[in-house]
Design a protein around this ligand. Structure first.
Ligand SMILES: *[C@@H]1O[C@H](CO)[C@@H](O)[C@H](O)[C@H]1NC(C)=O
Ligand SMILES: *[C@@H]1O[C@H](CO)[C@@H](O)[C@H](O)[C@H]1NC(C)=O
Ligand SMILES: *[C@@H]1O[C@H](CO)[C@@H](O)[C@H](O)[C@H]1NC(C)=O
Ligand SMILES: *[C@@H]1O[C@H](CO)[C@@H](O)[C@H](O)[C@H]1NC(C)=O
Length: 262
């Protein structure tokens, strides 16, 4: 008959487990395990480091991560290699960077994530974009840039986004679009493409004359980008520079006279 005392192998296993727990307590994170500020699920292939006031991406994220949530932190800049830490290369699915403080996206920032499908940059402080940032994201399907401070998109950036056939959901609402000549390319893209979701809601923030006018309703007479008006403003600029220079030279001459006068 079996006694009340556990069999030796079982006892040894229990002791081993106890030792492991005691030794593992408070020790450094093992490579590939879940970083302290995050919650990880291997079955869901998800890592969530949400609302933790993080100022940098935690190092050594687990290699199974396919969905990475860094929402609601204090990330204000990310070095080009931010997602290069070796195990993270196959981040295929989703990268959530919403509700941070990102000011710019350096070229090559996402170059280690070539199979990323969904990128959420909502509610950051982005003022402009450069085409090279999106160069490597050939599989991108959705891109959320709403609630930022974008003023204009350059033609090269638009060309980069246009060249992504799978990219069908781009969000650009709640930005501070400046409706001067620079906005021309964005306006004509919006008019002819369905890539931008809810494009009718995009509005000019400046100048006051056409504030709140929908971008899709802007026409050439609103922008006044004619060669003549361009030349006029150029001539005015040149004249004002000449006047400034003249005043500066006069000022110098006066000082020179004073110096000689001493
Ligand atoms: C983040 O910072 C805010 C304000 O400093 C604080 O109230 C909050 O508790 C912090 N959150 C965490 C997870 O540390
Ligand atoms: C933007 O993010 C901040 C925290 O970074 C949050 O307090 C604010 O409510 C968010 N705004 C929107 C419109 O989501
Ligand atoms: C803007 O880009 C488009 C391609 O998307 C091109 O056809 C057009 O010539 C470009 N315009 C300028 C002014 O560079
Ligand atoms: C531009 O739009 C205004 C109304 O906003 C309209 O009166 C004008 O005819 C339009 N001009 C052109 C060239 O389409």
């Amino acid at each position: 008959r079996r006694g009340h005392v556990p069999a030796p192998p079982l006892r040894r296993a229990a002791l081993g487990l106890l030792l492991q727990v005691l030794l593992g307590w408070g020790s450094a994170q093992q490579p590939g395990s879940c970083p302290a500020p995050c919650e990880c699920s291997e079955t869901a292939r998800t890592v969530k480091c949400v609302n933790r006031n993080l100022t940098a991406v935690p190092p050594d994220l687990p290699p199974y991560a396919r969905l990475l949530f860094l929402t609601g932190n204090r990330l204000s800049s990310l070095p080009p290699g931010a997602f290069l830490s070796p195990p993270l290369s196959p981040l295929e699915n989703r990268l959530e960077l919403a509700d941070n403080r990102l000011l710019s996206l350096p070229a090559g920032m996402f170059s280690s994530l070539p199979s990323l499908q969904h990128l959420d940059l909502r509610n950051n402080s982005l003022v402009s974009l450069q085409a090279a940032t999106f160069h490597s994201l050939a599989q991108l399907q959705s891109l959320d840039l709403s609630h930022n401070s974008l003023k204009c998109l350059k033609n090269a950036t638009i060309a980069q986004l246009r060249s992504r056939p799978a990219l069908r959901k781009i969000s650009l609402d709640h930005n501070t679009w400046v409706c001067d000549c620079c906005i021309e390319h964005l306006v004509s893209w919006l008019k002819e493409s369905d890539q931008v979701e809810g494009k009718g809601a995009l509005k000019c923030s400046y100048p006051d004359k056409i504030r709140d006018k929908p971008l899709v309703k802007i026409n050439s007479s609103d922008l006044d980008c004619s060669y003549f008006s361009y030349m006029t403003s150029y001539v005015v600029l040149v004249i004002s520079e000449i006047v400034t220079f003249h005043v500066f030279v006069q000022c110098l001459e006066q000082r020179g006279l004073n110096v000689i006068g001493l």
